[in-house]
Design a protein around this ligand. Structure first.
Ligand code: ATP
Ligand code: MG
Length: 438
């Protein structure tokens, strides 16, 4: 077994590294000091250390200690113990939450973890030292510990060398580490995408063979990972890497099956690009919009190609939407409120393109709480190459920018257009699965 962990860490004293307390949140610093003052060991670990060393702003600060969760709770007024897989202490200071974890033992040391087919399902046995804790870290660059007792950095797994060489490397034997927790495959890809690092060949190699193990992970946990992959400013890279390692198919199988269609692929490439751009410009992004786009290609496949008598278009769309959402939930659980937003965006596609509208209806659509999302979605479709919606995008764009007289002109154009379409209004029921070849 390839063992990357050194029993004696490289200790980098404060003068030899550039990790400064000034780059740390006041809340995290306070937690570290309080633990130390109470006689416990306390370290900052994970993204907080990694990102500061790279000159980036960390997303959050994670603390590890030899204090047990109850002991941590005893030290802080605003502390809550939480835990699904592990018991963790959340210390709230001002508006910030600092996550404090107790060292954990390696799952097969001292009868530690509960395993199922090589997967760790519980590992709540506490370890006594930071050396044991290294085993529960995924990547070498995520296993750097900042020691509050002397401000030094502890490196057990050559993380510093990998950090400065830009390498994503799993600690230990990659196949076993992925089997213990298949989400590590997504984390490997996520950090490569986020940092622009190269995945070490041994770390990359098992992923395409093992990606099916993600089927054993609760869909709710995968939803959290999907948000981190796609809503952190590196969605373009995440999408490329996920596809490259066959992981995208595990998360969104119905979308993946559509990616041989150029328009479907262009739509996803656009939405991930636009999401990154908005985050880069500090504009808000919503998971509902992104997911509505991710599932639009398989949803469109369910819709009939030609209008058919006696079926209401809206009902057909809703039926198809509910079908695709239900199927998708088996892989990635989408919370209800987000699914509702997705359906609203999809339904607006009909209202923005097909409905016959008088003046009043056009104006009332502008007041729809999701109008902007629906309109942006229509633009996205046009940009991806859905030529049939280009005229509608132009019309709505002119309408939104119109003054009183040009607005009247646009409305009269619309009523001519709608008369032409009147006969097309009835749509066939949703396609059956056999028709789709699924
Ligand atoms: P970021 O917060 O920027 O997403 P991070 O590295 O801090 O990155 P977290 O999810 O906050 O990631 O986790 C904190 C640390 O816990 C990680 O750096 C890693 O050491 C460890 N960790 C988290 N999840 C896993 C996992 N599934 N397997 C092994 N170690 C993990
Ligand atoms: Mg973190």
């Amino acid at each position: 077994m390839q063992d990357l962990i050194n029993n004696t860490p490289t200790r980098i004293p404060r003068p030899e590294h550039n990790f400064s307390r000034q780059n740390m949140s006041q809340a995290a610093l306070h937690v570290l000091y309080q633990l130390h003052k109470a006689g416990y060991q306390a370290f900052l670990v994970g993204g907080g250390v990694r990102d500061v060393l790279l000159g980036r702003a960390p997303k959050d600060f994670d603390v590890v200690t030899n204090a047990l969760p109850e002991q941590v709770k005893g030290l802080f007024r605003n502390c809550r113990l939480i835990g699904r897989r592990f018991v963790l202490a959340h210390v709230r200071l001002n508006k910030e939450i600092v996550e404090v974890a107790t060292f954990r033992a390696h799952h097969n040391k001292g009868g530690g973890g509960v395993m199922e087919e090589g997967r760790i399902v519980r590992d709540n046995v506490y370890g006594s030292s930071v050396l044991e804790d290294v085993w529960r870290r995924d990547l070498t660059i995520n296993a750097l510990y900042y020691d509050i007792s002397d401000f030094s950095l502890l490196d057990y797994a050559n993380g510093i060398a990998d950090l400065y060489a830009g390498i994503i490397r799993l600690i230990g034997e990659p196949k076993l580490r992925y089997q213990e927790d298949p989400v590590r495959m997504l984390r490997t890809v996520r950090f490569a995408a986020k940092l622009g690092f190269t995945i070490a060949p041994q770390t990359a190699e098992p992923i395409p063979d093992l990606c099916g193990l993600l089927a054993n992970i609760p869909p709710a946990r995968l939803f959290e990972e999907v948000l981190k992959l796609f809503l952190s400013g590196h969605a373009v890279q995440s999408f490329m890497q996920l596809r490259h390692y066959h992981l995208f198919k595990q998360l969104f199988p119905y979308t993946d099956a559509c990616l041989d269609e150029p328009i479907a692929l262009a739509l996803i490439e656009r939405v991930v690009h636009d999401t990154d751009e908005r985050i880069g410009n500090n504009k808000p992004v919503t998971s509902g919009f992104l997911l509505a786009a991710l599932l639009w290609p398989p949803l469109s496949r369910l819709l009939p190609d030609k209008p058919v008598k006696n079926f209401n278009q809206q009902e057909v769309l809703l039926e198809a939407a509910q079908h695709i959402l239900l199927k998708q939930q088996e892989h990635v659980a989408i919370p209800r409120r987000i699914a509702v937003l997705m359906q609203e965006i999809w339904l607006l596609q009909l209202r923005l393109t097909r409905q016959r509208r008088g003046k009043k209806k056009n104006f009332s659509l502008l007041k729809h709480p999701r109008f902007r999302a629906g309109y942006d979605f229509l633009i996205l479709r046009a940009n991806a190459g859905e030529d049939q919606v280009i005229n509608e995008v132009d019309w709505w764009t002119s309408f939104l920018n119109s003054n009183e007289s040009s607005c009247e002109d646009l409305l009269s154009q619309r009523s001519v257009l709608n008369k032409k379409r009147k006969h097309q209004r009835k749509y066939k029921k949703v396609k059956t699965e056999e028709e789709l070849g699924n």
